[in-house]
Design a protein around this ligand. Structure first.
Ligand SMILES: [Zn+2]
Length: 357
């Protein structure tokens, strides 16, 4: 894996915020769901290259079509469910890994839309709507609905290592797992520093079956996301270069969580295309920046204790599209800064201002 150094770099910093961030892709516990039978008859086959993410909903007829089988997970009393071919491929992958002394097993796999709704309702009741929406994937928009997404966990010295933070401490083992994925038609879905495209922070455990080792190899070798491979990246970030650099202050997940508020604004800038998205560095996020962030804070809200700055380059719209906007048409706007603040490492970043400092 190309990012081994980065991964080692941030693992030690991964704290509570990381755990919260990864929940959004995989949270939901066991597959449970309300499907009665162990196997739903396939009525016409499924598209193994289907894209399900925060913008792409599960096809409406998917749950009626997908052929699920039950599998044992040591983590749950109830069996987990996996799409039939994906499960066969998983068994072959597992055998391959076993042979070299790398041991994995299944955590959460298939989750029904109905079950995801229950999880959402539970979180909403306990933590409020804003929190629930930030943490739990919207029902219908989780890749786990496909039955093709598997969350693995590690078995080290006979012990189950299934907690996210704990699993993050073993990049060397994950590297061995990831090296075998493509041979069996799997890809790693949520890559380092690619949340801008996938919508999710790095998850070494979440693998996706695409039923095509050749394509899987191409994807894994080039290090592109599934979204990029399918050309399904929104136009306003297509080809964007991302670089978080190194930080002693922030984990990768902390920087990841600035993406939603920033893109939430940028996506409205009709015709503008983001070319570069980089972390401004620890020096730009110190006491002076924190004081600045607090000076922009809404009255009556909690004082920020963390501030962060991101830098972007973008290209403004062509002359006809730029009409009536503040942009000079067809021009590169470089080193444009975004300023955010938050209260507590678990808090959501608030976008405060943007422009040239
Ligand atoms: Zn997952």
């Amino acid at each position: 894996m190309a990012n081994a150094v980065t991964r080692r770099g941030f693992v030690g910093l991964a704290g509570a915020a990381f755990g919260a961030a990864v929940l959004s892709a995989c949270s939901g516990g066991n597959n449970a769901g309300s499907q009665g039978s162990a196997s739903v008859a396939a009525a016409g086959g499924i598209d193994y290259m289907v894209l399900v993410n925060k913008q792409h909903k599960l096809p409406d007829d998917w749950e009626a079509k997908v052929d699920l089988v039950e599998a044992k997970s040591p983590l749950y009393d109830e069996p987990v469910k996996v799409e039939r071919k994906a499960y066969e491929a998983y068994l072959a992958l597992k055998k391959d890994l076993d042979a070299e002394g790398t041991f994995v097993d299944l955590d959460s796999c298939y989750r029904s839309v109905a079950h995801q709704q229950e999880v959402m309702d539970e979180f909403t009741k306990e933590k409020g709507e804003e929190y629930a929406k930030r943490i739990v994937a919207t029902p219908g928009y989780s890749e786990h609905h496909t039955g093709l997404a598997l969350d693995l966990f590690l078995v080290i010295d006979g012990k189950n290592v299934a907690e996210n933070d704990e699993m993050m401490k073993h990049p060397d083992i994950w590297e061995k797992v990831h090296a075998k994925l493509a041979d069996h038609g799997f890809i790693l879905r949520y890559l380092h520093e690619r949340k801008i495209f996938t919508g999710y922070s790095y998850e070494p455990w979440h693998i996706r079956f695409i039923d095509n080792p050749e394509v899987a190899k191409k994807i894994m070798e080039t290090g592109v996301t599934f979204e990029e491979y399918l050309n399904e990246v929104p136009e306003y970030i297509a080809g964007c270069k991302v670089d978080y650099g190194t930080s002693k202050t922030y984990a990768e997940s902390d920087i990841d969580s600035t993406i939603d508020p920033i893109l939430g604004e940028f996506a409205n800038w009709k015709g503008c295309v983001m070319k570069r998205f980089v972390f401004a560095g620890d020096d730009a996020c110190g006491a002076e920046e924190l004081a600045y962030a607090n000076s922009l804070r809404e009255q009556g809200t909690d004082e920020f204790d963390q501030a962060i700055v991101l830098v972007t380059d973008f290209h403004s719209p062509s002359a006809d599209q730029a009409q009536g906007t503040a942009w000079e048409p067809d021009k590169d706007y470089n080193d444009y800064t975004w300023h955010l603040g938050r209260t507590g490492a678990d808090g959501a970043w608030k976008l405060l201002t943007w422009g040239y400092a």
